[in-house]
Design a protein around this ligand. Structure first.
Ligand code: GLV
Ligand code: MG
Length: 308
């Protein structure tokens, strides 16, 4: 399956420094996981974490989930060694590299070229390793269109709410929740919509970041539900209890999925020769046309991917 079509409803964050958590992650039902070398790993643990991550990918046991490693900030002293060690050591067992704190397209180009060099040196299939770019500050957001167009390896744009809130001085301590006192709408609407449109303009997926109140599953459903309603493809999860609710929120409801399939069937019939080659038609009380077909395709594709 082409990567941009692969399901990314839930993406499990796993600290690369913890073999125990890496092991536990194998049994969880997220569509994607990422082994983290960045903010979940202390500076002195970075080198050991690289070794853990390479070993875990090569050992396998990840099913058909998307296998991702988040390297360090491209401006940090760790980033180049992260790419070299992980792609050289486990390039055949890796689907994407996640680049955090992206501020401009040149950083994505750097990663693309570095991966290309390693692929050639190792004889890996050209272009098989994708890139996911995290948008986490004002610079990243204002350059998001050029970032999204920077490489054919890009698969997804990923929002980083914690770093983003800090970078713009949003006075909140609860990641993913509305800042206290903001009661006129959703403080993230603009950011998520901006990221989503830049992603779609370039055929990429758009992923929401974490919700840190692990015990508040209702809060998680509410926040994830907003992103799913806008059209984002998935969200990070930090704990086993978050996986199922997030998978559910980013799958269409059964009755919406069935309705979408009915619209596609009806439209196919009306536009066929036997159906009179009509451009618009009725399905129950609703008029359907080419635009309805496109909307139905979106829901049907998500439903099929979720196995409905
Ligand atoms: C994730 O990286 C975040 O900053 O929220
Ligand atoms: Mg971050």
């Amino acid at each position: 399956m082409a990567d941009p079509q692969r399901s990314r409803r839930s993406c499990l964050a796993v600290p690369g420094s913890s073999p125990k958590m890496i092991d536990k992650a194998r049994g969880l039902g997220s569509d994607q996981f990422f082994l983290d070398l960045e903010d979940a790993v202390a500076p002195l643990a970075k080198a050991q974490a690289r070794e853990n991550v390479v070993a875990a990918l090569n050992e396998g046991g990840w099913g058909d989930r998307i296998r991702t490693v988040r390297i360090n900030d491209p401006e940090s002293q760790w980033a180049y060694r992260d790419v070299v060690d992980v792609v050289e050591g486990a390039g055949r067992s890796l689907d994407t590299v996640m680049l955090p704190k992206v501020t401009g397209p040149e950083q994505v180009s750097w990663l693309d070229l570095t991966i290309t060099q390693i692929e050639r040196a190792l004889g890996l299939a050209a272009g098989s390793i994708g890139i996911e770019a995290q948008i986490e500050d004002a610079k990243g957001l204002t350059s998001v269109d050029s970032i999204a167009a920077a490489s054919g390896r890009l698969r997804a744009l990923v929002f980083g709410p914690a770093d983003f809130m800090a970078s713009i001085n949003m006075p909140s301590l609860v990641v993913g929740e509305q800042p206290p006192g903001y009661d006129v709408g959703d403080a993230y609407h603009h950011v998520l919509m901006r990221l989503l449109t830049a992603a779609r303009a370039n055929g990429l997926q758009a992923i929401d970041g974490p919700y840190l109140q692990i015990k508040d599953i209702e809060g998680l459903r509410r926040v994830a539900g907003r992103s799913a309603a806008l059209g984002l493809d998935g969200k990070w999860v930090l704990h086993p209890d978050q996986v199922e609710p997030v998978n559910e929120v980013f799958s269409p409801r059964q009755r919406d999925y069935e309705r979408a399939e009915n619209i596609l069937d009806a439209y196919a019939w009306y536009t066929s020769e036997a159906g009179g080659r009509r451009g618009a038609a009725m399905l129950g009380d609703e008029m359907i046309d080419e635009a309805s077909r496109k909307m139905a395709l979106v829901v049907a594709a998500k439903g099929r991917a979720a196995g409905l």
